[in-house]
Design a protein around this ligand. Structure first.
Ligand code: MN
Ligand code: MN
Ligand code: ZN
Length: 280
């Protein structure tokens, strides 16, 4: 069984997500827990939660196939006191929203050290995660690999490992691999896929790799750009994605599209992906 889906809109409430996931041909999804461009987030309404959960049941979407993605403003690596505190506060609120919705996994970008260095950034991240994981006990945080730009931490898998090793509750952390980010950060996930997975296994354990963000890339390997492209239209391309997706380990992990476009476009991307996969 292949688990595939997309980042879904929540504009009409969380309740629309399960049905729309199935309508685009999906069986797994990602959502934002609130408007990702705002600092203020509200808790979901009782009625919306109820209908969301009814939808999950009706469309048979299980907990391990649901993912929340943290908002864009959060930066728990920030060396600025007020920015860090605001980020931590909103992160905890996001975890609470996940918990209310029955969503176990919250995907975050580790954050940007804003120029003061990776070591200090990692320390700030660990400090924030320790407080967050103490304050909300249900959510598992997934660290997403990113690209090397703007002081980002997490363009190397080693960064993710360092964070996990230093956190008080390592068992409540996992990772997401974004194919576009990995590619743009210089990891050849096509020709050196086995090497890549072996490294993840050694550093973090493949059992802690919970989701794949499945995106083609507009740019060449190692470009450090982070511009997502629709399936088969980018530089990883259909041939590259075919190699990646048919790996036995990758096939067992849920794939979430974050390609440009709306539900209709994602419906088409899912079709394109399934054409590349050899089902046996
Ligand atoms: Mn992301
Ligand atoms: Mn991503
Ligand atoms: Zn990206």
């Amino acid at each position: 069984m292949i688990y595939i889906g997309a980042h879904m809109p929540i504009g009409g409430g969380f309740k629309r997500v399960p049905r729309e996931t199935v309508e685009i041909g999906g069986n797994t999804f990602q959502i934002f827990p609130h408007n990702p461009r705002q600092w203020n987030a509200s808790y979901p309404k009782e009625e919306d939660i109820k209908k969301f959960k009814e939808g999950l049941h009706k469309f048979n979407i299980m907990q391990q196939y649901m993912l929340c993605h943290s908002g864009y403003l959060i930066n728990i690596a920030s060396p600025k006191k007020d920015g860090w505190e605001k980020s931590l506060k909103l992160l905890i609120k996001e975890m609470e929203i996940c918990s209310m919705l029955g969503i176990k996994y919250l995907n975050i970008h580790p954050g940007s050290h804003l120029g003061i260095g990776e070591e200090v950034g990692i320390k700030k991240i660990v400090e924030a995660l320790n407080i967050a994981l103490d304050s909300e006990k249900n959510t598992i945080i997934l660290l997403e690999n990113v690209t090397k730009k703007g002081g980002n931490i997490g363009y190397k898998i080693e960064h993710l490992k360092k964070i996990i090793d230093k956190v008080k509750y390592p068992e409540r952390l996992g990772i997401t691999i974004d194919t576009c980010h990995a590619w743009d950060a210089g990891y050849d996930i096509v020709n050196k896929l086995d090497e890549f997975l072996t490294m993840i296994d050694k550093l973090i354990g493949l059992n802690n790799l919970k989701f794949i963000h499945l995106n083609d890339s507009k740019n060449e390997l190692g470009s450090n750009k982070d511009r997502h492209e629709n399936i088969g239209k980018g530089k990883i391309g259909n041939d590259g994605l075919k190699v990646f997706l048919n790996h036995e380990i990758i096939k067992k992990i849920p794939w979430i599209l974050e390609t440009p476009g709306d539900n209709e476009v994602h419906k088409n991307d899912i079709k394109e992906v399934l054409k590349l996969v050899e089902v046996n």
